[in-house]
Design a protein around this ligand. Structure first.
Ligand code: SIN
Length: 288
């Protein structure tokens, strides 16, 4: 029996079963996964047991590997990641070993965000492998950005049509000021690239809303107060449950999402529990 794909009872997402991602995939399986990823935006592969190299091999079926933000931004202090972990792997973890953090994002909430929108060519996909999960909390929710755009009232959509948003590079998605950056006076002054608020997905041809993150976002060309008001109005709509899927992790899950038309949020969890996830990324296009 070949792989099976089951749509989740949510605004996005599907489960893919009867597939072992640690083994080479044939062309038919790769095509089926790609088609499902483009259609469902988020794919859940339960019960996978992969090394980092196998995770990277699986990711490579869908494009060129991208480096994590610490490497893309060339952090002067490095990422702190252990030397035996491939450079393309982004360790997301709250664990501290020998007094050093082994990964990023800690145990607090990682607020709604797109991965790495603060570069000219943000990644097209992220693939997250759950190696250790806490007994409670740390769920990851996903947002369908095609559906959010379709759900905007026409007058609100008209206010952002053709406009660009500044994607602040100086703060992480858990709100921490990155090494090597200074705090800005307000969102209009933050460093970061401009991307269109409405982008066309290069593979599906569908339009999606592209928000990045709420904090420090700025709609270029508007007075700051107006930009804040428009963004608040959009975010109130975007975070409605009708646009979301919440993933409750089981160890061994692999979740792959389309970063061009999804955002995600990781809820907080008990900092004394261990959570270790390894993430790979695919290179993307300049949003257009
Ligand atoms: C991420 O933002 O990529 C991490 C999500 C998670 O920790 O579940």
């Amino acid at each position: 029996m070949g792989l099976q794909i089951w749509r989740l009872d949510a605004a996005l997402g599907a489960t893919v079963s009867n597939i072992d991602l640690s083994r080479p995939l044939d062309a038919g399986a790769v095509a089926a996964v790609r088609a499902a990823w483009l259609e469902h935006i988020v794919l859940v592969f339960p019960d996978q047991d992969l090394t980092d190299r196998q995770l990277l091999d699986f990711t490579r079926y869908f494009g060129e590997l991208e480096f994590p933000p610490s490497k893309l931004l060339n952090y002067s202090q490095g990422s702190g990641q252990k030397a035996d972990i491939p450079l393309e792997i982004n360790v997301i973890s709250n664990v501290i070993e020998d007094g050093k953090k082994i990964g990023q994002l800690g145990a607090s909430e990682a607020k709604w965000h797109t991965d790495t929108p603060f570069v000219e060519r943000p990644p097209s996909a992220s693939v997250l492998h759950a190696l250790e999960i806490p007994p409670h909390g740390g769920n990851t929710s996903f947002m369908n950005m095609y559906a959010v755009l379709e759900g905007l009232p026409p007058p609100l959509r008209a206010r952002i049509e053709g406009r660009y948003c500044k994607h602040d590079v100086s703060h992480t998605s858990d709100g921490v000021l990155r090494h090597d950056y200074d705090e800005s006076k307000d969102a209009s002054e933050c460093p970061g690239p401009l991307h269109p608020l409405i982008r066309t997905h290069p593979e599906t041809g569908r339009e999606a809303l592209y928000l990045g993150k709420r904090a420090w976002a700025f709609i270029e060309g508007l007075p700051l107060a107006e930009s804040e008001a428009v963004l608040d109005e959009i975010w109130d709509i975007a975070t409605r449950p009708e646009f979301l899927y919440e993933h409750v992790w089981t160890q061994g899950d692999i979740v792959m999402w389309d970063n061009r038309c999804a955002m995600h949020r990781r809820e907080a969890f008990d900092a004394s529990a261990r959570r270790i996830m390894h993430r790979s990324q695919l290179q993307g296009d300049v949003p257009a």
